[in-house]
Design a protein around this ligand. Structure first.
Ligand SMILES: Cc1cc2nc3c(=O)[nH]c(=O)nc-3n(C[C@H](O)[C@H](O)[C@H](O)COP(=O)(O)OP(=O)(O)OC[C@H]3O[C@@H](n4cnc5c(N)ncnc54)[C@H](O)[C@@H]3O)c2cc1C
Ligand SMILES: NC(=O)c1ccc[n+]([C@@H]2O[C@H](COP(=O)([O-])OP(=O)(O)OC[C@H]3O[C@@H](n4cnc5c(N)ncnc54)[C@H](O)[C@@H]3O)[C@@H](O)[C@H]2O)c1
Length: 462
């Protein structure tokens, strides 16, 4: 069998694979980038880009119906779901096509559309539409991402359920959307469809929302969603689903010993994502995976097989686009520029795009207390932020965890308008070692959201 030799093979044109392929080829390496579906991966095609485009439409609907207190009264408005979908599709296509064009222009880079699997330690078979290509390389980078977890529920297979990918194809607003899971995907889509006009019922297995966040943040988020008439069932699971032909779906929800039936028109699965490692035939190469199927890597993102790396969601690191991208910068710089970066000290900021947003960075209050750190907590309700009062949206609050002795900021959560942006200002302070007592007296433009950081840190008693 003829094996074409490359310097580097990248499996998956996701958030790490695409920039890595471009930079390696530009550095003079012969590169094969293999993609089984679309370049750009989850983020561009089914994740960040389309969902945030829809969040913007949902926000417009919210503004139209919630501006009477600003003196703007709107009598009639219409949700044009087909147009909302088209706008989103255009944005996605534009991003995907732009990525593909940029890749096509780079010499030394072969973009192969097909499904990759290992046939030996450093050999790969690429199953393409009408043929299979066999290739090999000294460096192999796995960037295959994750996919929706399909839970085991009686009757699920017979129901036309939705995932975060298939829901993006809806042209009509569901009458009643039942959402399983109360974290990123459940909350972003749940609130969005409520604003598009669906009745929304959310089922969360644990006792509260946002399992990884502080309890006060979870309670505030719950209050915000409740105010939009989103029904939430905690400590609950859907145990059975039944759908009459073309008719409504009946879900049996179990809470403790009690069972309750809820009728809905659509079911969205948002109970987590799992790594795409099964089809890779990793047993042929000896790369180790953990119990959940994530590829094990060291802090330089190399697997147990020298020369094989795993980047992005598939290595079980924080599952965000900016982390996948950062994985690429670590590996690229170490291999080509001779640096010695690792993942140990990097910050992990993130932002949940509910409205208001929840921006997060660093340690939470709960984790700081669990670790026995000597901390103080700054807390400011958005109702005390001049900008929020003027804009007319005072939902939420911000908090920051500081080290009592060094006065450094250890972590922050901003649940409020532009929460992601305010959090990023705090992240910059953390990266630069700017202490909270300095931020108290920093001159920020008035009346910006960031200006409120003066007041946030004024709440800490000396
Ligand atoms: C609905 C939703 C919303 C999200 N919103 C945000 C957000 O706002 N902010 C944020 O930071 N993150 C968000 N995320 C998470 C983000 O999309 C992921 O963290 C990010 O896409 C991970 O990038 P990746 O490169 O690891 O993998 P992916 O982007 O998933 O790319 C993997 C690629 O590999 C390909 N592939 C898989 N197996 C093979 C194979 N055997 N052969 C060839 N190709 C293969 C896939 O087709 C895919 O294109 C969201 C995710 C979802 C689902
Ligand atoms: N803004 C963002 O950055 C963003 C947005 C969307 C998605 N994402 C990424 O996508 C990933 C997946 O998101 P997700 O929300 O699907 O998963 P998740 O793992 O973050 O949350 C799943 C939720 O479902 C609950 N759950 C689990 N099994 C259940 C069951 N059987 N019934 C009811 N509830 C159940 C869990 O307790 C949890 O609250 C996240 O890890 C995130 O990184 C990020």
């Amino acid at each position: 069998m003829k094996l074409k030799q490359y310097d580097a093979i990248i499996i998956g044109a996701g958030q790490a694979g695409v920039p890595l392929a471009k930079k390696l080829a530009k550095a003079g390496k012969k590169v094969a980038l293999i993609e089984k579906r679309w370049v750009g991966g989850t983020c561009v095609n089914d994740g960040c880009t389309p969902t945030k485009a829809w969040v913007a439409s949902a926000k417009a609907a919210w503004t139209v119906t919630n501006s009477a207190h600003l003196g703007i009264k709107v009598k009639n408005y219409k949700i044009d779901m087909a147009l909302i979908k088209k706008r989103k599709d255009d944005i996605v296509l534009n991003a995907r096509n732009g990525t593909e064009k940029a890749l096509d222009k780079i010499s030394g880079l072969d973009l192969l559309y097909g499904e990759a699997s290992f046939t030996g330690e450093k050999t790969i078979a690429v199953k393409m539409q009408s043929s299979t290509k066999h290739i090999k390389a000294g460096w192999i980078f796995i960037n295959t991402g994750t996919e929706t977890v399909i839970p085991k529920i009686e009757g699920l297979e017979a129901v036309n359920y939705l995932t975060s990918t298939s829901i993006l194809e809806l042209n009509k607003v569901p009458e009643h959307l039942l959402v399983l899971g109360g974290n990123y995907i459940g909350l972003e889509f749940g609130q969005m469809f409520r604003r598009f006009g669906s009745k929304v019922t959310l089922i969360e297995r644990s006792a509260r929302l946002l399992g990884k966040e502080d309890e006060d943040i979870a309670v505030e988020m719950q209050k915000i969603l409740k105010a939009e008439a989103i029904a939430i069932h905690f400590s609950s699971e859907v145990i059975r689903l039944k759908q009459k032909e073309k008719g409504k779906i009946t879900a049996t929800i179990k809470t403790g010993d009690e069972e309750k039936k809820v009728k809905c028109s659509h079911v969205l699965l948002a109970v987590g994502r799992a790594p795409r490692t099964q089809i890779l035939n990793l047993q042929n190469t000896g790369v180790e995976i953990d119990k959940k199927g994530y590829i094990k890597v060291n802090n330089k993102l190399e697997t147990n097989v020298p020369g094989i790396y795993a980047l992005g969601d598939v290595n079980g690191g924080p599952p965000f686009t900016h982390i996948a991208y950062n994985d690429y910068t670590i590996v690229y710089r170490n291999l080509i520029e001779g640096t010695n970066y690792n993942t140990d000290e990097r910050p992990v900021p993130y932002c949940m795009y509910t409205d208001p947003q929840m921006g997060r960075v660093g340690i939470s209050e709960t984790d700081a207390k669990k670790k026995g750190l000597d901390i103080k907590v700054a807390h400011l309700p958005m109702a005390r932020v001049a900008r929020a009062v003027e804009v007319g949206d005072t939902r939420g609050f911000m908090k920051a965890i500081v080290d009592t002795k060094t006065k450094k900021i250890l972590g922050a959560t901003v649940l409020g308008e532009e929460g992601g942006e305010i959090m990023s200002v705090l992240q910059m302070a953390m990266e630069g070692g700017v202490t909270y007592d300095r931020i108290r007296y920093c001159v920020f433009a008035h009346p910006s959201y960031s200006e409120s950081l003066n007041n946030l840190f004024m709440t800490i008693e000396e």
